[in-house]
Design a binder for this molecule. Sequence first.
Ligand code: GRG
Length: 346
Amino acid sequence: MQALSFATTPGAIARGAPARKATVSARRGAARTVRAAASAPAAAVEASEVDFAAYIAEKNAAIEQALSDSVPEMYPERLHESMRYSLLAGGKRIRPCLCIAACELMGGSMETAMPTACALEMIHTMSLIHDDLPSMDNDDFRRGKPTNHKVYGEEMAILAGDALLSHAFEHIGRETPKTVPADRTLRVIVDVGKCVGSEGLVGGQVVDIMSEGADADEVTLDTLKYIHAHKTGALLEVSVTAGAILAGADEEDVERLGKYAQLIGLAFQVVDDILDCTATSEELGKTAGKDEAVGKATYPSLVGLEESRKIADDLIKEAKELLSEYDREKAAPLIGLADYIGNRKN
Ligand code: GRG
């Protein structure tokens, strides 16, 4: 079984990267969803972007339906309402799209990937619910709506997150079509588990929390890369590799697509840092300018806005180059997603 390939220590992630000290600061954050991209006027965009927009529009409709079906309204009503409130609150659905696009590129179908795609969105959503809690980021708005704990209270928000997390694994195991060999499904469950736990999201969140209280010169670019690779990159990476594995991709392809995902994952977070200090809360659907407010080290604070933009662009370019191995038409959705992540406005 191939282990997920996101790096596991700050040094491993940042090998070769200079350790820079935190100095500067930031400003405010922006908006357009993948779905909004789907309705962009054709005259204003390239033909390939129109194709990508149509692809995303089609997938998003199917994803929204599958997400709604995955958590029905049932007893205890308040718990399921709370789970559905955050899960169906919108969001760009980048992780499900990546999973489905990778599965299709490797010859699989949307139906094969959909249960895992929904599970990834459940995990992402629960991480947002917990991240917004008073004991974590203490945020009042998410996806343009009051945060889960503001509507349902802290106890329910914690438990809704817990329930979404466990339901995600049940959902992959129970709903993945039986035509998919069981060892593939098992491998996906293991990989998703790894990317969520202490070597993934939770590990990244812990280092992030510890860094907030640290002296500015203790938070290097290596530390920042560790946080990003784990807190954000791990789930994006497993979204792509899981889709490929479900389709029966060989190891070389799984590895190549994993590398593509690591690059877009880092770019995603660099752009997130840029948006936090350049866009408004309305545009972002969440509180802008938080990084600076809590003295968090970010790409703009460490290397400046201009250099951050260049880093994001270079990462996206490198990610797309990896896809040149594949038929351009078949790889178009993943190429489009890379561009979307690099240019996103919320
Ligand atoms: C996973 C067990 C477990 C616990 C959670 C709180 C926590 C541990 C981790 C924090 C993870 C976190 C909030 C990472 C930030 C990821 C990020 C950049 C989110 C924004 O993603 P988008 O832009 O959001 O895709 P939408 O709303 O469009 O889905």
